[in-house]
Design a protein around this ligand. Sequence first.
Ligand SMILES: Cc1cc2nc3c(=O)[nH]c(=O)nc-3n(C[C@H](O)[C@H](O)[C@H](O)COP(=O)(O)OP(=O)(O)OC[C@H]3O[C@@H](n4cnc5c(N)ncnc54)[C@H](O)[C@@H]3O)c2cc1C
Length: 490
Amino acid sequence: MNERLYDVAIIGAGVSGCAVAREVSRLRLDACVVEAEGDVCCGTTKANSAIVHAGFDAAEGTLMARLNVEGNALFGELSRELDFAFDQIGSLVVCTSEEGRPALEELRDRGVRNGVPGLRIVERDELERMEPNISDAAICALFAPTAGICDPFGLNVALAENAAENGVEFIFDAPVTGVSKSEGVWELCTAQGPIRARVVVNAGGVHADELHNMVSEQKMEIVARRGEYELLDTTAGTHVRHTVFMLPNEMGKGVLVTPTIHGNLLVGPTADDIDDKDDTRTTAAGLRAVVQKSALTVKNIPFRETVTSFSGLRAHQSAHEFIIEEVADAPGFVDCAGIESPGLTASPAIGRMVAGIVRRILSPEERRDFQPQRKGFANLNHIPADEWNELIKEDPAYGTIVCRCCRVSEAQIRDACRRVPGARSLDGVKSRTGACMGRCQAGFCTPRILEILCEEIPDMDMEHASKCGPGSEYVVGKIKGSLEGGGQRA
Ligand SMILES: Cc1cc2nc3c(=O)[nH]c(=O)nc-3n(C[C@H](O)[C@H](O)[C@H](O)COP(=O)(O)OP(=O)(O)OC[C@H]3O[C@@H](n4cnc5c(N)ncnc54)[C@H](O)[C@@H]3O)c2cc1C
């Protein structure tokens, strides 16, 4: 039984919850993050387009538009403070017919009204120079120089590590199944026992409505809107130089084609409302649609270079708006819900806004000893040879490559396990170091990473080392042991 009374309990360790945690850690408050899964970045934040949107898409005057533009402006400084990858490559919304031009101009004008800097329409000649593989049908495009690409896992992990360094506690494997209040204190019912707090922040992603509905009579509904992707090898990573969008429609921004921060080419997503909020399957029909629609804006995409496909779930709310407020009939319970795209972009601003609400409720003092900096993981693809040699002198394990596709060493994997909160699974190592993201999709490096997990994590053994927690274990038994026990193969 956790006897502590926290000032703030944040439900959800995605990018929203961790951005809130980092901002709350600037204040003299006892705070924790309560997460259903065994690590950070296990929800929507691990499966999206990773675009730092400029901010022309969201409807004028909405919270979504404001936090998009604010978040975009904060990204550069945040990436330097927390040492995660971000590259402002710019985006293009492609128009393929004169009939579409008024909609493109409307998008530009909306962007200007939203406060997006530098927007301009580029005509075919310039567009072709910017993007040699642009579709032959493209006549012009809206160029947004402030758009970028980022490492969503890196951002999520960095926010969590920095929050932890500044005193926030992370409680994993703790799905919140009930919320009640007595004598001004909230109690969360979890698999790790009850957790008590004066303020609760609901950053539960696609499940935020279920948490909200536990405390309020004003019911909320979040629909999971699935988006499927094809991820191509780094050999295809320069097929486009900017993020290339279609003209948006009522289901969203359409299928995009973009380089990723890890050097791959990403194509997708689809947009389909589904009933099961945890169903991240890909479908043949969805992936076919990705291939067909992407050809409208970019030609000759080398889909033969596909290394994997995946899907993510948008937390779609019918008004298509972020809901960030103290719940009217549940004082001290703060929703951070409906955080669909551009939630990743907006996350730095979402963190600030929610911390502002917490500040108003609890009137805490600022912490003078807040540490804003966090050091990221070494990236052996981007450092000069002499710097790599220095690392090897300090720790020879930097010279032992475990993931050959993405050039990740044993030292980085051990570093991932030793940090707080640290990696506890193969996906945890992947999201922190980039291991397993390459062409072989973890085919070669999995056994060695599992061994390192077992060496680094107390009480971890091969039977429990997993891809992403219970139910995804790799080892089903010892072949030798089962042979001894009667010749049955495990
Ligand atoms: C297809 C797609 C494309 C996107 N593209 C972009 C983009 O390019 N740019 C952009 O800015 N945004 C994009 N987004 C949106 C962005 O990914 C999300 O807004 C953002 O990741 C949401 O983060 P979150 O922390 O709110 O939710 P999540 O990352 O889902 O985190 C919620 C967490 O809460 C936990 N949780 C849920 N219920 C409970 C419970 N009962 N108890 C304890 N824990 C619980 C979950 O396990 C999860 O870890 C995209 C989204 C999708 C799906």
